[in-house]
Structures are given as structure tokens and as C-alpha cells.
Ligand binder design. Structure first.
Ligand code: FAD
Ligand code: NAD
Length: 436
């Protein structure tokens, strides 16, 4: 299936490229675009930094062949922190029971790394089976049709290509706080009792000091907080340094993200970008969607743009929360009509017996005139699992009447989404709240 492209070089001569598509970065977006392009018959190569399970973690989930970033490791850790299943299952998450219950952090991390390594292998095989050539090394753009790869072997190779895809993702932002250094990443939860987390809203950390047995954090409100570790989680920045974009003339936004049009094309026609490096919606399924659309546009004979409407997302906290569509505030500012807000708050069934004082909350936002469901939100057990189904309904332009006519599954938390009959409030486009 591999073939060489013959294209017009601009001076009437035909130019032969090594590849149809060369992708820099084998993460969610890069792998999807590459293997689908190969599926459409293109000759494709991809380069990726060498996999190192530990550095991959240190970099906040980024950095390493092939494709598993923050999403999966994070969820495995969430399972580890909240696991209440069978004894044999719990063991692999670091728990030892019955008898005295003990927790082995090292075992959890080793098993997590084993799983990430396994998944990376799976994705490497997927690429190989699709006929995509994988180079282990850092990619750099030399000109609109040439990529240079600094291979892990020490060799430097150049490849010509009709199209270049930048899919290099993002890295964690580190604030310049005196006293912060790399040793403090990683998480130790020594002092966490139950699920108690103390919030310090509108507070900036101005200094971190090493003390015996831990760290002391100084805030701009005059607080001094002793802690085991400091986890910097203040956002991410696109990975564009080292790609030579300036010299090639690829335009960036002020935040460093690559400027692309709605088809993911940069200002240089042969250079494209998908995923976090473009800082549109930074989620794995969105990077996958962008990669799919790109492959279809370039090689599938179908010019197609990603659809960013009603992208669901979740925070895998305990309990988790998940949303799709417009929030109440967004609906007020974006809708011409009044909106109806339906809310529900209840004790999840298992908490009634366990006694845990956590409520599940749900919200539906409905256009009062058209009856269209504009948004949904939930915080409570299984929220992401439930919200995926609600997202399908929103994608199909569901109305509140259609939700109401849907038969629930009983007893479940999800059934509440189809049984919220009475609106809690009506809000006018100018933000006036009317009790109903
Ligand atoms: C901790 C964490 C948790 C997350 N959880 C979720 C979640 O639960 N659900 C969700 O949808 N999203 C989640 N995300 C976001 C998700 O990981 C990203 O949106 C997604 O991975 C973006 O895909 P991408 O292809 O743009 O980048 P990535 O998947 O990051 O891939 C980019 C790749 O490019 C490589 N690279 C960089 N520079 C070069 C170079 N010069 N040469 C070669 N290769 C290079 C990197 O090593 C990396 O492998 C999470 C992110 C983090 C950090
Ligand atoms: N479950 C998921 O889908 C999931 C999980 C993790 C990350 N992600 C994706 O990865 C991207 C990056 O996530 P992230 O968590 O690294 O960043 P983020 O941008 O989502 O969150 C960073 C937070 O830090 C706050 N912040 C910034 N500076 C601060 C300061 N000096 N002091 C206190 N707070 C400060 C910001 O207000 C923001 O709320 C997100 O865009 C998200 O889409 C998704």
C-alpha cells in the first residue's frame, strides 16, 4: 500500500516525497490521524519521543512513545483511591485485606505503570498494523515539506513529505514560585482524613520552604501551611518549542498555541495541527475527532470539520462531576428566549445505608420557548457514565418533552434525568430570575 506521491512542485516539475503525511507526536490526535490516513491509502510516518514511564508522569502525562497520557493513569489512581470491590481486585490497587487493612502505594504505581506500558504496546501495534512507520525521536520542521527527526539512536534523519501534522500536545505549566522544584511532584496523601480537603479560594502561593518531614507553604493571605507535597496543577501550555515554527513561519496565538482554521490547517498550506497544541478543547476524544476529520479531509475525499457542539466532559473526582452543553450562565447569555432550570438534589441510595453525607446533584437547562434541552450537569457517583447517554440526546436535539416521555431505569440515579417535572426557576435573557 505504501506509495510515493508525485505532485506539482510549483515550477512545472513533479516532486517525489518520501511520505504523504509525516506526523510529529504520537499522542491521541497524532495516532488517530496517522492510522486513518494510512487506512485511506496514504504513505504515513510518525515520530514520538522515547517512552519513559516515570518521565511520562513527571511531565504531567506528556512525553513518551506512544499514546497514553494523563487520562488513563489518572483514572487508575482514582480507582485505587476509592476501591471497594472484591478482595482480589483490591489487591492490585494496593489494598491488603481482610484483616488489618493496609495500603501499598508502590504496588498501585507499579501496576498503573504496567498497564500504561501494555497500552503503549497496543497502540504501537495498531500503528504498525495500519502500515504507519514509527520513528522514535524528536521531530522538527525544516521547511513546509521537510521534517528532521533526532532519533534516539543519535542519528539525525530528514524526510520529505507532502503534508506535515503537528500533534505534539501540551505540558504542565510551572509557576515561578521560590522553593518549588521537580522533587515535589508526585502525590503523598499522608494527612488526608476521609475525603477531607481544605479549600483556600482566591489565594496565591508566594513561597515554598522545605522543613523537616515536609514543606511549608506561604500564601499571600499570610497563611503558613505545612504539607507533605505541593502539586502544581495550574494548567498546561502547547508544546511548540523546538519545532522550528518561527523559522518556517507557522503562526501562533499569544498563548503559544498553533493558529489553525476550522479544518486544522495552519497558515502554511502543507502544515496542519490537531489536539492540545492548538488549544481548542483539550480532551482526548476531541483530539481524536480532529485527527479523524483531518485524515478524511486530506486523503478520504471528504472535506470535513470537527464539530465542537455539545462536547461532554468530566472531572474524575470523588464523587465525579460531568457536564454537556451549556451551563446556566452560558445559556442566559447565548439564548434569546427565557430558560427553564430543573434541579434535583438527593442522597444516592448507597449513601443512605453507608451514612456518607454526600448528595448527588443534577441540573437540566431548557429553552422555555422551543423546549430544547440546552445543557445538563451532574455531580455524584457514575456521573460521567450517565452523561455520555445524555450527550447523545443533546446531539439529537432532544426536547424536555422527549426526556419526560422516556421510561426510567429504577432504581438508578440516572432516572432522575427523565423524571424532573417541575422547573426550579425561569431565567430571562437579561438574567432576571423568576421562581416557578
Ligand atoms: C493529568 C491529565 C489527565 C487528563 N485526563 C483526561 C481525561 O480524563 N479525559 C480526556 O478526555 N482528556 C484528559 N486529558 C487531556 C488529554 O490527555 C489531552 O487532551 C490529549 O492527550 C491531547 O492529545 P494530543 O494528541 O494533542 O496530545 P498528547 O496525547 O499529549 O500527545 C502529544 C505527543 O507528542 C509528543 N511530542 C511532543 N513533542 C514532540 C516532538 N518534538 N517530537 C516527537 N514527539 C513529540 C509527546 O511526547 C506526546 O506523546 C488529561 C490530561 C492530563 C495532563
Ligand atoms: N477529566 C478530564 O477530562 C481531564 C482531566 C485533566 C485534564 N484535562 C484536560 O487537560 C487540560 C489541562 O488540565 P489542567 O488541570 O492541567 O489545567 P486547567 O486549566 O483545567 O486547570 C488549572 C486551574 O488552575 C487554576 N489556577 C491557575 N493559576 C493558579 C494559581 N496561581 N493559583 C491557584 N489556581 C490557579 C486555574 O484557574 C484553573 O482552574 C484541561 O484543559 C482539560 O481539558 C481533562
Amino acid at each position: 500500500m505504501a506509495r510515493k506521491m508525485l505532485v506539482d512542485g510549483g515550477d512545472g516539475m513533479e516532486v517525489e516525497f518520501d511520505y504523504d503525511l509525516f506526523t510529529i507526536g504520537a499522542g491521541s490526535g497524532g495516532v488517530r490521524a496517522s492510522r486513518m490516513s494510512a487506512g485511506h491509502g496514504a504513505k504515513v510516518a510518525i515520530c514520538e519521543l522515547p517512552f519513559h514511564p516515570i518521565s511520562s508522569e513527571k511531565l504531567g502525562g506528556c512525553g513518551g512513545t506512544c499514546v497514553i497520557r494523563g487520562c488513563v493513569p489518572k483514572k487508575i489512581l482514582v480507582y485505587g483511591s476509592s476501591f471497594h470491590g472484591e478482595f482480589e481486585d483490591s489487591k492490585n490497587f494496593g489494598w491488603d485485606m481482610p484483616g488489618e487493612i493496609t495500603f501499598d502505594w508502590k504496588r498501585l504505581i507499579e501496576n498503573k505503570t504496567k498497564e500504561i506500558t501494555r497500552l503503549n504496546g497496543v497502540y504501537k501495534r495498531i500503528l504498525a498494523n495500519a502500515g504507519v512507520t514509527l520513528f522514535e525521536g524528536a521531530g522538527k520542521i525544516i521547511d513546509p515539506h521537510t521534517v528532521e527527526v533526532h532519533l534516539t539512536t543519535g542519528e539525525i534523519k530528514r524526510f520529505t513529505t507532502k503534508h506535515i501534522l503537528i500533534a505534539t500536545g501540551s505540558s504542565a505549566v510551572l509557576l515561578d514560585i521560590p522553593g518549588f522544584d521537580d522533587e515535589m511532584r508526585g502525590v503523598v496523601a499522608k494527612n488526608l482524613e476521609g475525603r477531607g480537603v481544605n479549600l483556600h479560594p482566591s489565594t496565591n502561593i508566594i513561597k515554598i520552604e522545605k522543613i523537616e518531614g515536609g514543606l511549608k507553604v506561604y500564601s499571600d493571605r499570610g497563611e503558613e501551611i505545612e504539607t507533605d507535597v505541593v502539586l502544581m496543577a495550574v494548567g498546561r501550555k502547547p508544546n511548540t518549542t523546538g519545532l522550528n515554527l518561527n523559522a518556517v513561519g507557522v503562526e501562533l496565538h499569544k498563548d503559544g498555541a498553533i493558529k489553525v482554521d476550522e479544518y486544522s490547517q495552519t497558515n502554511i498550506p502543507s502544515i496542519w495541527a490537531v489536539g492540545d497544541v492548538t488549544n481548542r478543547i483539550n480532551l482526548t476524544p476531541v483530539a481524536l475527532m480532529e485527527g479523524t476529520c483531518l485524515a478524511k479531509t486530506l486523503f478520504g475525499g471528504e472535506k470535513i470539520k470537527p464539530d465542537y457542539e455539545n462536547v461532554p466532559c468530566a472531572v474524575f473526582s470523588i464523587p465525579p462531576l460531568s457536564v454537556v452543553g451549556l451551563s446556566e450562565q452560558e445559556a442566559v447569555s447565548q439564548t434569546e428566549n427565557d430558560i427553564l432550570v430543573f434541579t434535583s438534589s438527593f442522597t444516592p441510595m448507597k449513601n443512605t445505608i453507608s451514612g456518607r453525607q454526600e448528595k448527588t446533584v443534577m441540573k437540566l437547562i431548557v429553552d422555555a420557548k422551543t423546549d430544547k434541552v440546552l445543557g445538563a450537569a451532574m455531580c455524584g457517583p457514575d456521573a460521567p457514565e450517565i452523561m455520555q447517554g445524555i450527550a447523545v440526546a443533546l446531539k439529537c436535539n432532544a426536547t424536555k418533552a422527549q426526556l419526560d416521555s422516556t421510561v426510567g431505569i429504577h432504581p438508578s440515579a440516572a432516572e432522575e434525568f427523565v423524571t424532573m417535572r417541575t422547573a426550579t426557576r425561569r431565567v430571562t435573557p437579561d438574567g432576571q430570575v423568576i421562581k416557578v
